[in-house]
Design a protein. Structure first.
Length: 237
């Protein structure tokens, strides 16, 4: 059974109806559901409608809503619509599961908001994509604001799941998670570039290198890489 113990909380105004979304993660800047660990500032402890006050738990032993099966001791982050999931490497780690919990159920975690994983190794900027994006997908900073389709277009990487029309934190340079193409793998030390729909692939000679894999990254999986982006990339030889 999920429990709550000592915690710290604050109040902010709800900017949307959250009456059916208790224990989801909330973004402090707009009073709406958080869509990534970067946005998440705390956990919704009450059931406010739009314009009512949110009770936002941000430190302590707090219930959370699991968006996938989570094991005891798993590090926790946030995905689309304020659901909590197990954090991958380099995801913002916001807490730790006190006990195992099934998808869609209430769990208990030990949390510290805001903050999470140290992001000092990443240059971060906020952009508003015009398409939903998975974490680790490359964005082209042009009029279309869609996924990059090659290395030269790849200007930033989604640090969490991005929602079309919603401002989201992107990594523009540094060490961060990137998503490998569903049909390929990126091995530790590979020079990497970007292909259709913003996925990363090993970079062959003559293509625009945007970084280097710092871990073995499976197909359609995320893993750590040094990303320098289309602005600073160069032709691989």
């Amino acid at each position: 059974m999920a429990t709550q113990n000592q915690y710290m909380s604050t109040t902010i105004a709800a900017a949307e109806d959250l009456s059916s979304l208790q224990y989801h993660a909330i973004a402090l800047d707009d009073g709406k559901l958080a869509n990534s660990g970067e946005e998440a500032s705390g956990i919704l402890l009450n059931k406010p409608k739009s314009g009512e006050f949110i009770t936002l738990g941000y430190i302590g032993e707090i219930k959370f809503k699991a968006g996938a099966a989570i094991s005891k001791g798993d590090k926790l982050t946030v995905t689309t619509s304020g659901w909590f999931i197990t954090a991958d490497s380099n995801d913002p780690t916001l807490g730790e599961a006190k006990a195992a919990v099934t998808s869609g159920s209430n769990g208990t975690g030990l949390f510290t908001f805001p903050g999470g994983t140290d992001k000092a190794s990443i240059l971060i900027a906020s952009f508003t994509p015009k398409v939903d994006m998975l974490a680790g997908i490359a964005l082209a900073l042009d009029a279309d604001m869609l996924q990059a389709d090659n290395g030269e277009e790849a200007d930033a990487v989604a640090l969490g799941a991005a929602v079309s029309g919603t401002a989201q934190n992107f990594g523009v340079a540094g060490i961060m998670n990137v998503r490998c193409d569903p049909a390929l793998v990126c091995s530790l030390g590979n020079a990497i570039t970007v292909t259709t729909s913003g996925y990363f692939i090993p970079c062959d000679s003559g293509y625009y290198q945007v970084g280097r894999a710092l871990a073995n990254i499976g197909s359609n999986a995320v893993g750590q890489a040094l990303f320098m982006g289309g602005t600073f990339g160069y032709l691989s030889v």
